[in-house]
Design a protein around this ligand. Structure first.
Ligand code: NA7
Length: 537
């Protein structure tokens, strides 16, 4: 337990990414006594760590930004349709400085343990240097794709060359000139990085376990005209985004894919392909729920791959065989398929020739040996739960979070966990975070959590703990909604399938962000009926 002289704050914020920055802003605005802890040396979260070449957001820059201050929107100018990692990082730096938030965070320290004291109704958090903080409430802004997943490949530590992780890329530029580079992982990170690695390196060998669908991003600078148009319509754009299914504006064809002619389908898919971006996956409203509709989209994308990639065998290897299109997050790329037409790029299909051993000199598969100087891991994350379960988090009545979630995460609205009073989980499992525009989602989550905290503080409530039956009901509902879609057919990180031994269950809420916001509002407006609210004194 923390020494008795450790002050008990109102709130602790863990993480200084998109969510932690905003949580700190709101807490200070509400006059709370708050401190924050962040593992990185600065703010930024995802955009602090993921510095690999080509890292870019797949949500349009003008939407992937805070909406809480109209003046901030007016003062910040996004230069491109989809912002690069450096631009988003400097935006988050700007926000932290503009509202003077940095001094409230301890940087370079990771929370290793969190204990709830039922008698005192306080949390004690222990950091990796042994320091402790105490507070009435805790907001975990620890991210949903923030615990990097390092594959357990035989011999991985024997590699004598340079090992790089996209999710922990060095801050200083990495010179790959003249290097034989191997890349493991073909999700968003690997597919974004590959063409830039290929440009620099002497050669690039991509080790692909599962192919993923990727559509052209068609990134470009924003024109002056667009900038003006965005500024003129920003408030309406934001308001509509707050209730939109994915937290930013999008449209689908007015009819189902199965209701229109083949010509109309081809026209609509081609228009989306040319427009670029993730909305290809939502060209028709039934693509995510009806396999016949999904097949139309899949066949269209596969024809594109065959048309772009010159070597027919490579084209076939790049076509996913294991999931309906869009049921793993669709990737947006710049020149990925085209890259395979270069003589210095090679694709290794690990389904045909699995990795047997990483050696000092490279990778040995079942049929060949690949000599490498650099090995890049773009192998994803222990998504949604990993950042939370890696902390020794103990709540009331002996509850341990990692045990509670061993069979898959059970949450109330994704915002709270039974057995863990006064703990608010932001953008975690049970919420639509990873299926929505993260910035709109973050503002909704933080605002909701902050309302709960201030409600308790103002009404003398010592403990707010989600009811177990309410959490079970929510988690059941989440599963039912997912079962109505094609998403449960993919071995995706949404399902926990990318991490060995992790329970396979669909973790995000897929009923739409607007619907989710309404449900959260209702839960708040009914006096937090899903919570047990306790006053001890
Ligand atoms: P992802 O999408 O989880 O991709 C990780 C990739 O790494 C994926 O292709 C995996 O193959 C591959 N992987 C993982 N472990 C291994 C091993 N052991 N051997 C070979 N290949 C492996 O992570 P990203 O960082 O690209 O993107 C995460 C999200 O961030 C993204 O969806 C956006 O929302 C932003 P698998 O498919 O599991 O067979």
């Amino acid at each position: 337990n923390a020494p008795n002289d450790t002050p008990v704050r109102d709130l602790l914020v863990v993480g200084a990414g998109l969510a932690g920055i905003y949580a700190m802003y709101r807490a200070l605005e509400k006059g709370l006594d708050v401190v924050g802890v962040e593992a990185g040396e600065s703010v930024g979260g995802t955009w602090y760590w993921n510095r690999y070449p080509g890292a870019r957001c797949d949500v349009e820059s003008v939407d992937y930004s805070y909406s809480f201050d109209r003046q901030l929107e007016k003062d910040w100018r996004w230069t491109e349709r989809f912002a690069t990692q450096p631009e988003i990082r400097s935006y988050l730096d700007h926000v932290a400085d503009r509202y003077d938030l940095r001094r409230h965070f301890t940087f370079g320290r990771r929370v290793t343990a969190a204990r709830f004291d039922e008698q005192a109704s306080t949390w004690t958090l222990t950091l990796d240097d042994g320091a402790q903080h105490r507070a009435r409430f805790v907001m975990m802004a620890t991210g949903c794709l923030s615990a990097p997943h390092r594959p357990d490949l035989p011999g991985i530590d024997d590699f004598a060359g340079t090992q790089l992780f996209t999710a922990q890329w060095p801050d200083e530029p990495v010179d790959l000139t003249g290097k034989r580079v191997g890349l493991i992982g073909t999700g968003s990170s690997g597919i974004q990085a590959a063409p830039l690695l290929a440009e620099q390196a002497q050669s690039l060998t991509v080790f692909q376990r599962s192919a993923n669908y990727t559509v052209p991003a068609r990134n470009r600078p924003l024109t002056e005209e667009e900038q003006q148009e965005i500024q003129a319509t920003y408030p309406q754009r934001r308001e509509a985004s707050r209730y939109a299914p994915a937290g930013s504006l999008s449209t689908t064809h007015p009819q189902k894919a199965t209701e229109v002619s083949a010509e109309e389908r081809a026209r609509a898919f081609e228009a989306r392909w040319q427009e670029g971006g993730v909305l290809f996956a939502k060209t028709f409203p039934d693509q995510g729920t009806d396999l016949v509709a999904n097949d139309y989209a899949r066949e269209f994308a596969e024809a594109k791959i065959r048309a772009i990639v010159a070597d027919p065998q490579v084209a076939e290897d790049l076509i996913p065989t294991d999931h309906p299109i869009g049921t793993k997050r669709i990737v947006t790329d710049t020149g990925y398929y085209e890259m395979y037409n270069r003589d210095d790029v090679q694709l290794v299909n690990l389904r045909r020739e699995p990795i047997e051993q990483v050696t000092a000199w490279g990778i040995k598969t079942s049929t060949a040996a690949y000599e490498l100087d650099v090995l890049v891991f773009a192998t994803g994350f222990d998504a949604l739960t990993g950042a939370l379960t890696s902390i020794d988090l103990r709540g009331a009545r002996g509850a341990v979070l990692a045990d509670e979630w061993a069979d898959g995460p059970t949450t109330y609205l994704g915002l709270g966990v039974a057995g863990f009073p006064n703990l608010i989980t932001l953008n975690g499992p049970g919420s639509p975070s990873v299926l929505a525009n993260m910035s709109t989602h973050t503002e909704q989550q933080v605002d909701w959590g902050m309302d709960l905290v201030t409600y308790c503080l103002e009404n003398g409530i010592d403990q707010a703990e989600p009811r177990r039956d309410a959490a079970e009901k929510w988690t059941e509902h989440l599963g039912e909604v997912a079962e109505g879609t094609l998403f449960t057919r993919a071995a995706s990180w949404y399902m926990g399938a990318n991490v060995e031994g992790k329970k396979r269950t669909f973790m995000p809420y897929i009923g739409g962000f607007g619907n989710y916001r309404r449900l959260c509002d209702e839960a708040r407006d009914t006096g937090y009926a899903g919570y047990v609210l306790t006053t001890r004194s």
